[in-house]
Unconditional design. Structure first.
Length: 283
């Protein structure tokens, strides 16, 4: 029997939780094992790094054909997130700099100047790196590729990138070398875990399919354990109910209802499609 890996957030033992589908483009679909950490209350997908890389290369959100659709659907959300970040920054520190980890098409990088912020992107997809550089954006394939003189950023954004990391702790630790003491990390992650747990409890067919393509499906407890272990202080964990994103029909209704529930319960009932984590590196 293969040895069960420890939880990547807290190193506690994991337990089997079934399996779930995973797609690498249209031609490569298979199932991967899913584990559960009772200490963090998170689901963890067991997947090889090269498989994740192939997924990033084939996903719809990295296809240049879809760029305009994604820009129109998310730029308002990016402005909302940047306003949250700016609220926690020292405005007297100039020039303000930001690293967008998982910058994709570079849409957030293009609007940071509206906030008086200089930005740098990190993106694993080589085609997107090349496309961003052609538009004059400063984007690197890996955090380690950034020149040392670019250290000392005021903030890092991680929009739909943190939950893909199989080992997020080393990445957060590496970011502390790029941030100023007191620097802010703002991460958006999916919030499908409550639905998968409920479907599993109800013994619904293929409950883990609800987790989507996330490598780690986060809970608030898991988020706190991860960031605090890496030396960050959680400032807030906010509901994200499709803020600034285009939605219609059932999706718009679901986003609206879950957002109302979060507000009415002071965030205790968090069923929104995503969570926003704001954390400060204590330095």
């Amino acid at each position: 029997m293969p040895l069960m890996p420890p939880c990547p957030l807290c190193q506690s033992p994991l337990q089997p939780a079934g399996d779930a589908p995973f797609n690498v483009g249209r031609s490569e679909n298979f199932r991967t094992p899913i584990h559960y950490c009772a200490a963090c209350r998170v689901f963890v997908r067991q997947i090889e790094e090269d498989t994740l890389t192939r997924h990033f290369e084939a996903a719809s959100y990295t296809n240049p054909v879809n760029e305009d659709r994604f820009r129109g659907g998310r730029v308002t959300f990016f402005r909302y997130l940047l306003r949250l970040v700016m609220h926690h920054l020292d405005k007297h520190s100039t020039p303000l700099t930001l690293i967008d980890f998982g910058s994709a098409y570079g849409h957030l990088l293009e609007i940071t100047s509206e906030f008086g912020v200089c930005s740098i992107g990190i993106e694993i997809n080589a085609a997107l790196v090349a496309a961003c550089r052609e538009r004059g954006l400063e984007v690197y394939s890996h955090l380690a590729d950034m020149p040392p003189e670019l250290n000392g950023a005021d903030a890092v954004t991680m929009i739909d990138s943190l939950y893909y990391l199989a080992q997020p702790h080393p990445v957060l630790a590496a970011l502390t070398e790029r941030l100023k003491p007191g620097g802010i990390v703002a991460a958006r992650v999916t919030n499908r875990l409550p639905y998968a747990r409920l479907a599993r409890w109800l013994r619904r067919r293929d409950p883990m399919a609800l987790l989507g393509d996330a490598t780690i499906s986060y809970s608030r407890r898991g988020v706190r354990r991860l960031f605090e272990r890496a030396g960050y202080r959680i400032l807030s964990i906010l509901p994200e109910a499709g803020t600034g994103k285009r939605s219609e029909g059932i999706a718009a209704l679901a986003y609206g209802l879950t957002g109302i529930l979060a507000r009415l319960t002071g965030g205790r009932l968090l069923l929104t499609p995503g969570m926003i984590i704001l954390a400060r590196w204590e330095g």
